[in-house]
Design a protein around this ligand. Sequence first.
Ligand code: SME
Length: 162
Amino acid sequence: MFDAADIRHLPKPELYEELPRQLDGLLHGERDLVANLANAAALIFHSLPDLNWAGFYLMKDGGLVLGPFQGRTACVRIAVGQGVCGTAVAERRTQLVADVHAFPGHIACDSASASELVVPLIVGGEVRGVLDLDSPTPARFDMTDAAGCERLVEVLLRHVAP
Ligand code: SME
């Protein structure tokens, strides 16, 4: 059984050194997409402080569909270009949103969410989905979180082919 040390208290630079290593170890030797996304969502949710939602949406039939996550129930389908997640797909880049209520078209799944970080999963030049993190604290995420979560997605994509 994989036993991740509690690293939530670490300063961000150390946290984002350690967390990709833990994710790599957690997914080692397993290729199942749902299993790996589920464990990645759980590890991230319980390792990064001050989150109320962490998980994945996957591209299916031209739109995003809810995948494995931790947190309250969420909206199932998001169109490309819609909300923060759909914008990450349309623009093919990470979205760092300090105040979700000021983001045009933001989709409020959990009214507790105040800020959001979305990283696209790009495989072979094609967007296959997104990693979505929500926080109840405004401006919870900064460039260190964005770079760290892009690193997590790199590690994840080495273990799955969504
Ligand atoms: N807020 C997101 C929708 C997904 S939930 O946060 C889980 C958005 O605007 O795309």
